[in-house]
Design a protein around this ligand. Structure first.
Ligand code: EZ4
Ligand code: CO
Length: 415
């Protein structure tokens, strides 16, 4: 059989999503996620203009061969736009293969290595009290791990920090949507102010406040969002040690792999990096020198099931585990891909889970489930996600950008 059609769906139920639909000559349909937050339409063009025409008529069961073709044929290897497009096609082909086998995808990946996936939620609050309130909600829901982000006295809005609605959960979407300005103002990323010294002083007190309230058992994670210099990162990692963090994520911009040596020299706090990476080469130094403990990539940005499995096989040899990226900008299709792979691989660590909004879930119907702190991809053949195209068509694309971080002196800061 062969690939007959490739369609690209763009929808915006609360936030933007790019979904590929591959249809085979015998009428089987597979879905893949190619959502690249803030750069969605570049991936749409890449898929429609440069990928779809080259794949029509190919044998859809040759997943590895097609992956290698898409990786090598542009000449310009890697990069987030290319690899998000590769991810979308790869996921759709795996979805088709599993549907044809009549099995949930994880069974084609070697079968389940565990009964469910340890999962962490996002708790945040502008104050320690509000943060603790949010954590209580997640603990009551069964979560055994939470990522904690808190406001810093003297700083205004901080990336990833938002108080939960009363009685509700954290539904924070970091990408700001365009507001219709008079005469059609151009949408720009907002600029948020930042002060690393204040953050470094404050964060250990946040961890202390949470440990006081919840004791030692609950796993606590924290995301530094690439905001520190190497020595600042080392200082933070060291100062969090008494509170036994599960991990410190993105303490420095991950592309400068060698600086993690410095952080390692100073601290035993476990480190996680990789949500902005898109290939195994981005991890070469980090993995071979065991500079991280968890791989943060997602199937959506690291080349689909095939690309992410390649990274995890490499990591396995060095005893490094998964901590796949699962924010709301990874669509339910991408989330399902993460879950199937996570259930199958031996070096699974933890899965991030930021549940999608009701609006998103009315467009994407999922079969994955959360029970007793664990996620499971479900047993529907394939990835187990359906796209309701009629519902999707009601949500037009809206430009939205992530904010940019600036130090108080106005310098653009990395994150
Ligand atoms: O900033 O997915 O760990 N999770 C994160 C996310 C990312 C967004 C970027 O699109 O850091 O909130
Ligand atoms: Co992150």
């Amino acid at each position: 059989m062969a690939i007959d059609r490739i369609d690209v769906n763009v929808t915006s139920p609360g936030r933007n999503f790019v979904t590929v639909k591959v249809t085979t000559s015998d009428g089987i349909m597979g879905l893949g996620d190619g959502t690249l937050n803030g750069r969605e339409l570049s991936v749409v063009s890449y898929l429609r203009d440069h990928v779809a025409p080259t794949l029509i008529g190919r044998d859809e069961s040759q997943i590895e061969s097609i992956w290698q073709y898409l990786y090598r044929s542009p000449y310009w290897r890697r990069g987030p736009v290319t690899m998000s497009a590769v991810s979308a096609i790869d996921m759709a082909l795996w979805d088709i293969a599993a549907k044809k086998a009549g099995e949930p995808l994880y069974k084609l990946l070697g079968g389940a290595s565990r009964s469910g996936l340890l999962t962490y939620a996002h708790a945040s609050g502008t104050t320690i009290e509000k943060l603790n309130e949010a954590i209580h909600g997640y603990v009551e829901d069964g979560f055994r791990a939470v990522r904690i982000q808190a406001g810093v006295p003297g700083l205004d809005q901080i990336y990833g920090v938002h108080d939960a609605a009363p009685g509700g959960k954290y539904e924070y979407e970091p990408a700001g949507r365009a507001t219709a300005g008079a005469g059609g103002t151009t949408m720009r990323p907002t600029e948020e102010s930042w002060d690393t010294a204040a953050y470094l002083r404050h964060l250990p007190t946040v961890f202390a406040g949470v440990r006081d309230e919840f004791g030692t058992e609950l796993r606590l994670l924290h995301d530094g969002h690439h905001r520190m210099t190497p020595i600042e990162a080392a200082k933070l990692a060291k100062s969090l040690e008494p509170y036994d963090p599960f991990w410190l994520e993105d303490c420095t911009p991950g592309e400068d792999q060698a600086v993690l040596r410095l952080v390692r020299q100073h601290s035993v706090t476990p480190l996680a990096i990789g949500e902005v990476f898109n290939s195994v080469y981005d991890y070469q130094t980090l993995i071979t020198e065991r500079l991280i403990d968890y791989v943060r990539s997602s199937a959506t940005h690291a080349g689909g099931i095939t690309g992410l499995r390649q990274i995890m096989s490499f990591a396995a040899i060095y005893g490094i585990r998964s901590g796949f990226h699962g924010p709301t900008d990874v669509s339910p299709v991408g989330m399902a891909a993460n879950l199937h792979l996570g259930l199958a691989i031996h070096n699974f660590g933890i899965q991030e889970y930021m549940p999608h909004s009701e609006s998103t879930l009315s467009v994407f119907r999922t079969s994955y489930r959360f029970e007793d702190g664990l996620l499971h991809p479900g047993d529907t053949p394939g990835l187990g996600v359906e796209l309701d195209e009629e519902a999707a068509a009601k949500h037009d694309y809206q430009p939205a950008y992530l904010p940019v971080n600036r130090l108080r002196d106005g310098t653009v800061h990395d994150w």
